[in-house]
Write a protein that binds this ligand. Structure first.
Ligand code: NAP
Length: 267
């Protein structure tokens, strides 16, 4: 049920990156519905400000909006500076912002790939490193990291993206064990295809998104998994079964199958 897990953080503050669209927006809505105060960040401040007004009016929670471009390595420290100035203690950090780029490795601009690594990986490490010390100190806090089912295998024509999501997944599962003894919980949320702006941003073909889940469903699964203390949660039964089946197959075969599905077509 939407909003049920989010009540765990009622009256506390959550920071959501990539809150202006898709899964981040759905996470913010579910958290607000559960009575959680929010810091929303992304580049499109107009969207964040509208969300802040709507969510605070509808759910009587405090909502702050802060514009930050996570391509800039300084952005995570600026976000921390903002919450510190406001006297906000972040109980739940949601590292959600991210994007993909579809195509052949030799055709995607190098700058786009390096920006992807910065937003999808470096910023996740930076924000986690900035917010976790206070959580360790007070012996409680939670971190949700939005990875992907793409992080479990090679995904040709999405190779850099899949590698960034493998990074997110392995990073989350590692620190989940490191931080457990300090009362800090970490969970990797692994969605499959989800109906958001992702496809348009990545310029990815429609066929990959035929059986996409809704962002609301994915957000709900992520928050429930984190609330239950899981270090990894996969959204969607079909996605879980697919990954389970793939574990038995040779890795090269899986990559070949993925290439067949993803290969760019004419027109
Ligand atoms: N949709 C899927 O099929 C799918 C599947 C698995 C995993 N995921 C993961 O889910 C997460 C959310 O993606 P989504 O599907 O919700 O896509 P989306 O609708 O395109 O939303 C992406 C969010 O990230 C923000 N963002 C992108 N670049 C940014 C930057 N340079 N600085 C700050 N914020 C930035 C965007 O905000 P601004 O543009 O306003 O900055 C937006 O709020 C990503 O980590 C993605 O890898 C998505």
């Amino acid at each position: 049920m939407a909003g049920k897990s989010s009540k765990k953080w009622a009256g506390k503050w959550a920071l959501v990156t990539g809150a202006s669209a898709g899964i981040g927006l759905a996470l913010a809505e579910e958290l607000a519905a559960g009575g959680v105060h929010l810091v929303l960040t992304a580049r499109r401040i107009d969207r964040l400000q509208k969300m802040a007004a709507d969510l605070s009016a509808k759910h009587r929670v405090e909502v702050e909006a802060f514009a930050a471009d996570l391509v800039r390595p300084e952005a995570p420290a600026e976000i921390l500076g903002f919450t510190t100035r406001k006297g906000i203690e972040v109980e739940l950090l949601v590292n959600n912002a991210g994007f993909g780029a579809f195509g052949y490795i030799h055709e995607i601009p190098e700058s786009r790939m390096l920006e992807m690594i910065q937003v999808n990986c470096s910023a996740v490490v930076q924000l986690t490193r900035l917010y976790v010390p206070a959580m360790v100190e007070r012996r409680h806090g939670d971190v949700l990291i939005v990875a992907s089912i793409a992080g479990f295998q090679a995904v040709p024509f999405n190779s850099v993206y899949a590698a960034t999501k493998a990074f997110d997944l392995i990073f989350a599962e590692g620190i989940a064990e490191e931080l457990r003894e300090f009362g800090v919980r970490v969970c990797a949320l692994c969605p499959g295809s989800t109906t958001t702006e992702f496809q348009e941003v990545a310029q990815q073909p429609d066929r990959v998104f035929r059986s996409a889940e809704t962002a609301e469903k994915v957000a709900s699964v992520g928050l429930a998994g984190l609330a239950q203390g899981k270090s990894c949660v996969i959204s969607g039964t079909k996605n879980r079964l697919m990954l389970e089946g793939e574990r038995l197959a040779p890795r090269r075969f899986i990559a070949k199958m993925a290439a067949k599905m993803m290969r760019p077509t004419e027109s």
